[in-house]
Design a protein. Structure first.
Length: 276
């Protein structure tokens, strides 16, 4: 190669290679410091777009999981209240059976039974009217038309579940006209209470089934979130072992490039020595 004072081809070549090595070193530093292989769309345009979509879906899945947990909480509140209603109905039935025993009951004693019976019925209606979750009444008929929960990340019927709970008040259960003022009244109350207890048991079973379904939904969402997170990691996360090796290689090349550039810049001096 000819020696030239005006154009130092070796220096230009060394500068070009050093610039490329420095750029690669900067990329390695960026990836190692962020932990991400894709820090900007230019790093991998296609995978960057895919990762953005997957990241949005992951947030949707996590919110759907929270929605499902809220739904479970609502169902538990409703079922717990119906459990209390069942306890009241059971006691009321016990009183009705006692009132049906005409041989040992006088009017005064029967009045005591009826007084407790009516108070328990009032308490039943009170529980029905005050049971709520975040302001939403649950078992007074407010959910007769159903309430819908978003338990998936997309806008489709498969991503929603509907919970329906009919009115469980004394009127709906057929208890309003019952009293224990007579033996006939007590016997009639037994029949009405048997029907009411069965109705409440059916509603509790339905709520239990809904809770089990929501629990399985939450499990499925957690599994989906885990697998999609792994997929997203493969798309955008940096392989630290690989990046460390590349970083070390670029460090060595940068040091070598600087050293070679210094020597290349000294080549014109050799040409000057010919003039001496």
């Amino acid at each position: 190669m000819a020696l030239s004072l005006l154009t130092n081809i070796s220096s230009l070549r060394a500068q070009r290679n050093l610039s490329k090595t420095s750029s690669s070193l900067g990329t390695s530093i960026e990836r190692l410091s962020s932990g991400l292989r894709i820090n900007k769309a230019g790093d991998d345009a296609a995978r960057s777009a895919i990762s953005a979509q997957v990241s949005a879906q992951l947030l949707g899945i996590k919110q759907a999981e929270r929605n499902s947990n809220d739904a479970v909480s609502m169902v538990q509140v409703a079922e717990g209240a119906l459990g209390n209603v069942n306890g009241l109905l059971t006691r009321m039935r016990e009183l009705a059976v006692e009132a049906g025993n005409n041989g040992t009951m006088d009017t005064t004693e029967r009045g005591y039974l009826d007084q407790e019976f009516q108070l328990l019925e009032s308490e039943l209606d009170r529980i029905i009217n005050v049971t709520e979750f975040n302001g939403q009444k649950l078992i007074n008929g407010a959910l007769s038309a159903g309430v819908t929960f978003q338990v998936g990340m997309r806008n489709s019927t498969d991503d929603r579940l509907t919970l329906t709970v009919s009115d469980s008040g004394s009127t709906d259960l057929g208890l309003n006209d019952n009293n224990l003022a007579s033996q006939i009244g007590g016997m009639s109350a037994i029949t009405a209470l048997d029907t009411a207890i069965e109705s409440v048991a059916t509603k509790r079973a339905s709520l239990g089934a809904s809770q089990n379904r929501l629990t399985m939904t939450i499990s499925g969402l957690a599994s989906m979130h885990e697998n999609m997170s792994a997929a997203n990691s493969r798309l955008k996360d940096a392989d630290i072992a690989e990046e460390t090796a590349i970083f070390t290689q670029n460090q060595i090349l940068t040091q070598a490039g600087i050293s070679v550039l210094a020597q290349a810049n000294a080549l014109p001096q050799a040409a000057l020595s010919l003039l001496g």
